[in-house]
Design a protein. Structure first.
Length: 118
């Protein structure tokens, strides 16, 4: 009788562990906020960045600025001194309108870089 209870308990623990493993492998990626595409990962790898990078950028429009958005993003990617939040005053570009005047996380920054690079 005692052996039967122990076997039942072992089966339950095994099933619980199996469920946790399967949930972790298959369900969690479905709930993640950002789904990274291959070209986005390639940009991160090219500049030595990571998907968990916590830094951000704010792009302000300045009609007198000669700094193009792609130059600002390259400065952000290649910065020697990395700050939590970087701000750039750039010339206006229609393709970047949804990204202007608000904080951008690393995913948005990479998306904008790819949109402008096309």
């Amino acid at each position: 009788m005692l052996i039967k209870k122990k076997l039942t308990l072992i089966k339950l623990l095994f099933m619980r562990c199996l469920f946790i493993i399967l949930f972790t492998l298959f369900a969690l990626p479905l709930f993640s906020q950002n789904q990274w595409k291959k070209e986005e990962i390639a940009v991160l790898n090219a500049y030595g960045l990571d998907t968990l990078d916590h830094r951000g950028v704010i792009l302000h429009v300045d009609v007198q600025s000669d700094l193009m958005i792609n130059e600002a993003l390259l400065s952000f990617f290649k910065a020697d001194v990395k700050k939590d939040m970087s701000e750039f005053w750039v010339s206006f570009d229609d393709r970047s309108k949804p990204y202007l005047e608000k904080p951008l996380d690393i995913h948005n920054i990479v998306q904008l870089y790819l949109n402008i690079s096309k």
